[in-house]
Design a protein around this ligand. Structure first.
Ligand code: MG
Length: 271
């Protein structure tokens, strides 16, 4: 924000502004793999972004430069005779070019912030039907799951886990079962809503872990598809999504195949 504000402020006095850092390393021109001549670093700057201009001026410069091979907009502006001021850049405002740059960016983003976790639990009863929805995936089955929406206990538990980490109540408060508009609703909408609230709160979802508790249908053939679906809805890498399933050794309501239960935990990082 500081960089962008400084660049905009510089436009009060100049036709363009360039965030840049004074060169502190010794610069050499290599020659056939050998350290050739030293280039005096006095007055050398490393150009960064942002590069700020008034829109009409930079548009005209681009039109004038059409076809030329320039590496940044300051070069385009300079070619059009515009004068561009230097604005103090920031080492943390680095360019992502190589894989190592992404590692550096990730390390930076991991620093600081506060982790918060939430948990969710949901149950749905089996009823007539020929398929169930679990963790966003449709699975053929000798029964269906009964619920106001698509009865996806996995996504409901996960939605509650994210709402829990946000301190934002539960799924029933956001999507009241009394409201006819959620009848038969696909539960990915509920999860996407929770993910949207997380992003609005400035939180990123670090990882989620769902355990489905049921005797059947068998979940293992579907876990990869479930992970992909949830990673899609949440906009996070599949490696950050875990799906597990367990039976209860024929004990209790899940053991008697009366219904399915799901537990979920979500970890969010706040900045
Ligand atoms: Mg539910």
């Amino acid at each position: 924000a500081r960089l962008i504000s400084d660049c905009i402020a510089a436009l009060n006095r100049h036709e363009g502004a360039l965030a840049a850092l004074a060169m502190t390393d010794t610069v050499r021109r290599g020659q056939d793999g050998m350290a050739g001549e030293t280039i005096p670093r006095d007055g050398l700057w490393r150009a960064q972004t942002p590069q700020a201009f008034r829109f009409n001026a930079i548009l005209a410069a681009h039109r004038q430069a059409a076809g030329a091979d320039y590496t940044d907009e300051v070069t385009v502006a300079a070619a059009a005779g515009m004068e561009v001021a230097l604005v103090e850049g920031d080492e943390d405002n680095f360019k992502i070019t190589n894989a190592a740059d992404i590692d550096r960016a990730e390390r930076m983003l991991m620093q600081g912030g506060e982790m918060r976790t939430g948990m969710g639990y949901d149950v749905h009863r089996f009823g007539p039907g020929d398929h169930v929805w679990l963790c966003g995936v449709q699975i053929p089955h000798e029964a269906g799951l009964v619920g106001h929406s698509d009865a996806d206990a996995g996504l409901h538990a996960l939605t509650d886990a994210i709402l829990g980490a946000l301190g934002a109540g539960d799924i029933g408060q956001h999507f009241p079962p009394s409201d006819p508009q959620w009848k038969g609703a696909a539960s990915d909408m509920f999860l996407a809503h929770a993910a949207g609230l997380a992003s609005k709160a400035g939180a990123t979802i670090s990882n989620v872990d769902v355990t489905l508790i049921l005797e059947s249908p068998k979940i293992s053939p579907h876990t990869e598809k479930m992970r992909a679906r949830i990673s899609d809805i949440l906009g996070i890498a599949k490696e950050r999504v875990s799906i597990k399933a367990t039976t209860t050794e024929k004990l209790g309501f899940t053991g008697r195949r009366e219904g399915v239960a799901a537990q979920a935990i979500a970890t969010l990082r706040f900045r």
